[in-house]
Design a protein around this ligand. Structure first.
Ligand code: HMG
Ligand code: MG
Length: 327
């Protein structure tokens, strides 16, 4: 058994975003029953936090317009099922269905606040304040996403102080967890460590921070390792690497959950996830979507499974004649 290095956590909580962040970006709308089955299979594979959907305006994200139909189909699963809420209307819809974990989603930049929420950054924070307060009063956990923490497609590199300001504002209004989003996947490990240190210096403790990397430049796993070395223990990932962002065209897929689990297993870090079941789930979903998963680990392990099964069919034992099989 591999023992994690002293500067790494013994266990990581994976915040699975494939059903929400992944599917919101699909061109074709996935049937509600397929989404529900996807979430059930993710839970069966051992994921314990599975972001289910968003209660946003259906015209803005038509792929998730079935939130009211989907959520009751999965709400009895024994896992955490966070949902995104952009405003009071979204919170009303989520609470009416019994959601116990909600997430507001802010941006570190003005441009993305406008593109994603049709508000300035300060207007969007003002919308979130009563949403977070009421959600907490109702006993729900509240995650605060901060997108574009490293770079922004319209504004370029994002100064650390902008990210710190938004993180502080979300914590001050009552969020109990933050997720630092590299929405367009431009971060590098040094930048990750610099941002985490800067947040700590400004009174944002590491234990409320999760990280949310996209793999545009192939840095998502290196960035994750840098965050783990800093003490982060919550990592967002998307089964099969589904995703992107409909409001930031340069965003490519999220870090694939399978690639993350493969790395964490190699480091001796517990996740509770069964990698074989997860790969089978993403392969099943890729078949539903009609294209292969971009995850390297899904491709490697499903190719290996196919080769193993071919080898067992070709083995002399399996070449026995029907007569000999009857004996
Ligand atoms: P708006 O057009 O400014 O809305 O959109 P409004 O407040 O002016 O209201 C207009 C109408 O929408 C009203 O109806 C409202 O009731 C209705 P009317 O009176 O005209 O009949 N409305 C709603 N209906 C259903 N559910 C609601 C809702 N709110 C208002 N919740 C709004 C503003 C925030 C609604 C819109 O911009 C929106 O829905 N945006 C969501 C966009 C989104 O989901 N983006 C993807 C999130 S992914 C992300 O942020 C990144 C992340 O994944 C991390 C990463 O990858 O880095 C988290
Ligand atoms: Mg994402």
């Amino acid at each position: 058994m591999v023992v994690p290095a002293p500067d790494l956590p013994a266990r990581v909580r994976i915040h699975e975003v494939g059903a929400r962040d992944g599917l919101q970006n699909e061109k074709a709308t996935v049937p509600t029953e397929v989404k529900a089955e996807f979430i059930r299979r993710l839970a069966a594979a051992g994921l314990t936090t599975i972001e289910a959907t968003s209660f946003v305006h259906p015209k803005w994200v038509p792929q998730l317009a079935d939130a009211e139909d989907l959520f009751p189909q999965v709400s009895d699963l024994p896992v955490r099922l966070p949902v995104l809420v952009p405003n009071q209307r979204g919170l009303d819809r989520a609470l009416a269905l019994g959601a116990r974990q909600v997430a507001v989603f802010a941006s570190a930049t003005e441009s993305f606040a406008k593109a994603n929420l049709n508000r300035t950054l300060d207007e969007s924070l003002a919308v979130f304040e009563p949403v977070v307060r009421r959600a907490r009063e109702e006993g729900a956990d509240v995650r605060g996403y901060v997108s574009m923490c490293f770079g922004d497609p319209w504004e370029g590199p994002v100064p650390l102080h902008q990210v710190v300001r938004v993180c502080r504002a979300l914590l001050d209004m009552g969020c109990d967890e933050l997720s630092l989003g590299d929405t367009i996947g431009v971060a590098t490990p040094g930048h990750v460590q610099e941002l985490l240190s800067s947040l700590n210096e400004q009174g944002v403790p590491t234990n409320v921070l999760g990280v949310h990397f996209h793999d545009t430049y192939g840095q998502a796993l290196s960035n994750t390792l840098a965050a783990l070395q800093h003490g982060v223990t919550t990592v967002d990932a998307s089964a099969g690497g589904l995703g992107g962002c409909p409001f930031a065209k340069s965003a490519t897929g999220n870090l694939a959950t399978e690639d993350l689990v493969w790395m964490l297993q190699g480091l001796g870090i517990e996740t509770g996830v069964d990698l074989g079941s997860l790969v089978a789930t993403s392969t099943w979903m890729a078949d539903r979507l009609g294209r292969p998963s971009p995850s390297r680990t899904v491709r490697a392990l499903s190719h290996k499974d196919a080769q193993d099964s071919q080898a067992s069919q070709d083995s002399p034992d399996s070449q026995a004649s029907p007569d000999s099989q009857e004996q």
